[in-house]
Design a protein around this ligand. Structure first.
Ligand code: FE2
Ligand code: FE2
Length: 164
């Protein structure tokens, strides 16, 4: 990835990866709800660790690219304390809280066998994040495209590349 890439295009391509993971997660949750054997449930729940690893690493980097590179610059035009950026920050916080609870339930599964909570939390997480991504693409990113200058976009991309 180089600094000539448009930062909004780069963030949208992150979103594609997130959508693909959410689709996989939805599939796993459906299977967990429908299989009756304990062994199969265990295997499926074990595979959720791969998804929570993506949430902890890749999704966290994506949030930071928005929080540390895009939002501060776009905030000069549309504000941060109120309006769409404020809403996006609240949703990032909810997403982190929800994924924390989701992970805790997965980790306590061997002792508690509470697969229903895993399914509920997972589905809430999918809903929250899908709607969040839609809002960013339909509202916030359009504002960024209209407001930001070439130089500002270049600076945002440079900053994004330092976030790992
Ligand atoms: Fe976001
Ligand atoms: Fe995003």
């Amino acid at each position: 990835m180089d600094t000539s890439i448009d930062p909004i295009t780069a963030l949208k391509s992150d979103h594609e990866a997130v959508r693909a993971v959410l689709n996989n997660l939805e599939g796993y949750l459906k299977k967990i709800g429908s299989v009756s054997s304990d062994g199969l449930k265990n295997n499926l729940i074990n595979q959720l660790h791969e998804i929570t690893a993506f949430i902890d690493k890749d999704l966290e980097i994506h949030f930071k690219k928005e929080e540390e590179a895009l939002f501060p610059v776009l905030g000069n035009y549309i504000g941060i304390e109120t309006g769409p950026i404020h809403v996006m920050l609240i949703e990032h916080k909810h997403s982190r809280e929800l994924s924390g609870e989701f992970k805790a339930k997965i980790n306590s599964y061997p002792a508690e066998k509470d697969y229903k909570s895993i399914i509920d939390l997972g589905n809430s997480f999918i809903r929250l994040l899908s709607e969040h991504i839609d809002k960013e693409e339909n509202i916030l990113f359009n504002m960024a495209d209209m407001q930001l200058s070439r130089d500002e976009k270049h600076g945002i991309m440079e900053k994004m590349l330092t976030i790992k």
